[in-house]
Design a protein around this ligand. Structure first.
Ligand SMILES: NC(=O)c1ccc[n+]([C@@H]2O[C@H](COP(=O)([O-])OP(=O)(O)OC[C@H]3O[C@@H](n4cnc5c(N)ncnc54)[C@H](OP(=O)(O)O)[C@@H]3O)[C@@H](O)[C@H]2O)c1
Length: 303
């Protein structure tokens, strides 16, 4: 099969190639999926899980990309809940070969059915950003209707999902980002916008929940905005400073079939808009991974 592989951590994207790889086999509880559309995260060549398995053993050449939509083409022993020929989408294991390939072997529990009226491109754009937003707000953030939520990077992949989900769940949403992101953030549902380059973040006052996708100095400043009993939820690494009278949670998104179903249902009924910036072919995936110009929204690779 055709696949994008990386073999040399020091070479970064320069060492990334489109090549032939053996088709993977579905192990116990796996399905093999013919990938129709794949998403990736620009920073994943920096993750240890791209280079080593759970025991720290070299697993190169490895295939990047950890979200996808496609069709089940074979079932491993003991697989439950999915059938041959079924349209699916989901999030793959960080320490196994990923989705920038014609086929991927993936545990069935990491997938959900993709309804026939949601196309593969949309399906592949949802697992990481949709699940991260869902888990950050409703699982780790314990969001409750009526709370105020500060969403950093509100025009980005995760932030645009968090903004929409929070609004629909009854939040007052303050989005942040760069000056050029204002309109997009407001269109995703933010009621206020803070331009992090020009506005003073402390002018936001206090909020119940901060959803941080940026970290660093922005994360540090954000801890001071959390009101007593509130929460700082971050996906940008452990926070240096927790809120004075609140909690801080750093998490990594996990696959969840029920949550994928919730997210895709909202896309079907128009409550959730995908945030796709560019769609490219597999042969262009290497340059898409390292674009000459910053692309807003998710880049989806079609196979
Ligand atoms: N822990 C987890 O489970 C998890 C899950 C998903 C993603 N992540 C990580 O979370 C981060 C965000 O992911 P994403 O997919 O939402 O990325 P994204 O689509 O690039 O969105 C981030 C947004 O924040 C903006 N931004 C970043 N730094 C900024 C700054 N200093 N000032 C103003 N705006 C800034 C970006 O603007 P520009 O594009 O102009 O920079 C972009 O609009 C990434 O580092 C990703 O690897 C972690």
């Amino acid at each position: 099969m055709k696949a994008i592989v990386v073999t040399d951590q020091a070479a970064g994207t320069a060492g990334m190639t489109l090549t032939e790889r053996p088709e993977p086999k579905a192990a116990g509880n796996d399905v093999l999926v013919e990938v129709h559309a794949s998403g990736f995260t620009p920073g994943e060549l920096e993750w240890p899980s791209t280079w080593v398995d759970r025991l720290g053993r070299d697993r190169t050449p490895s295939i990047p990309g950890h979200e996808m939509a496609g069709v089940v083409s074979s079932l491993g022993y003991g697989t439950r809940g999915l059938s041959l020929g079924q349209r699916v989408f989901g999030l793959t294991d960080w320490t196994r070969d990923g989705t920038l390939a014609q086929y991927v072997a993936i545990e069935a529990r990491n997938l959900a059915p993709l309804p026939g009226d949601v196309d593969f491109t949309a399906g592949a754009s949802l697992p990481i950003s949709g699940l991260t937003a869902w888990q950050g707000l409703f699982v780790h953030g314990r969001f409750q209707e009526g709370q105020s939520v500060l969403v950093h990077g509100a025009a980005g992949g995760v932030g645009s999902m968090a903004t929409q989900l929070a609004r629909q769940a009854g939040a007052y949403v303050i989005g942040t980002g760069r000056a050029a992101d204002r309109q997009a953030a407001m269109e995703f549902g933010a009621q206020e916008f803070v331009d992090l380059g020009n506005d003073a973040l402390e002018d936001v006052g206090s909020v119940d929940l901060v959803f941080d996708v940026i970290g660093g100095g922005i994360g540090k400043q954000s801890a001071d905005l959390v009101r007593a009993g509130g929460m700082l939820v971050t996906i940008a690494g452990p926070p240096e400073t927790p809120p004075k009278d609140g909690l801080a949670v750093d998490f990594v998104v996990e696959a969840d079939r029920a949550q994928l179903a919730e997210v895709v249902q909202r896309v079907r009924d128009g409550r959730l808009r995908t945030n796709i910036g560019q769609v490219v072919a597999l042969k262009d995936a290497v340059s898409a991974f390292n674009p000459a110009e910053r692309v807003k929204g998710k880049i989806i690779v079609r196979l």
